[in-house]
Design a protein around this ligand. Structure first.
Ligand code: G3P
Ligand code: MG
Length: 255
């Protein structure tokens, strides 16, 4: 049964910002995502050697800057000297690895209430209290209601949810799970963020029927974007937010 008066649309979250247009996890990438009208921006948070929170994906700076070495072994000052833009294109030369505060400020000043998907990265390094430190900054910018905290590491998410029940958490996972909504409910997670190849249309519908949202990562190909929007997933996390916005038209709400 469809009620044509009630339409919903798959939301579009820009993966590491508009990563197809600008160097991933940089302020230009987030600004372009907002310009493209992304419903949300996804980004990865880690901690420097001197305990500062920064936005970068890999354990090392090698791939996305002109430096080398572990993120966790460098101070904020070290990291801020690096060029995080030239590897992508010369026009981005001199762009820095952003702090979490800079990304939050950009979001707080956006012309519409863009959602934030803050992914906690741990990698080789068990960053102490990363979840609490990051959440404290989110609250400082008044962005608690617009933030979803996700991670492949579910213990920190559980700790955060227990301490701060208002925090929305989402569980990232790579491979197929059986009845994953049971696990989501067990951890009081409002959403599952599966790898897009690990879920079927049937499983997405089942998860949603249990009141749990599904946001799939990372969907970049046009036919995959069309398919997930048709399946009615709650959000696609994509490096092509412009294309996804064009493809994911409003559809009647499922009853
Ligand atoms: O949050 C979705 C996605 O970003 C998870 O994988 O490795 O790109 O951070 P990764
Ligand atoms: Mg990520």
């Amino acid at each position: 049964m469809f009620d044509a008066s009630q339409k919903v649309r798959t939301q579009v979250y820009a993966h590491r910002g508009f990563a197809a247009r600008a160097p991933e996890n940089t302020l230009p990438a987030f600004a372009f995502a907002i310009e493209a009208g992304a419903d949300g921006i996804e980004f990865d948070v880690q901690m420097t050697a001197d305990g500062e929170l920064i936005v970068i994906h890999d354990d090392t700076v090698d791939r996305t800057t002109d430096g080398s070495g572990q993120v966790a072994q460098q101070t904020l000052r070290d990291l801020r000297r690096l060029d995080a833009g030239s590897w992508f294109a010369p026009e981005f030369a001199g762009v820095s690895v952003p702090t979490l505060d800079e990304v939050l400020m950009l979001a707080a000043e956006a012309p519409y209430p863009v959602m934030l998907n803050l992914e906690l990265k741990y990698g080789d390094t068990p960053y102490p209290a990363l979840e609490f430190r990051a959440w404290e900054r989110v609250i400082a910018y008044g962005l608690g209601a617009r933030t979803i905290v996700s991670s492949f590491y579910h213990e920190p998410l559980r700790r955060l949810k227990r301490a701060q029940p208002e925090a929305e958490i989402a569980l990232l996972y790579q491979d197929g799970l059986v009845d994953p909504w049971l696990y989501a409910r067990y951890l009081d997670a409002g959403a599952l963020h599966p790898y897009y190849k690990s879920v079927t249309a049937e499983q997405i519908a089942q998860i949603q029927q249990q009141g749990v949202k599904v946001r799939v990562y990372t969907v970049n190909a046009e036919d995959d974007l069309r398919r997930f929007c048709r399946w009615g997933v709650d959000a696609v996390i994509t490096e092509h937010p412009d294309l996804a916005r064009a493809l994911c038209a409003p559809r009647p709400r499922r009853h």
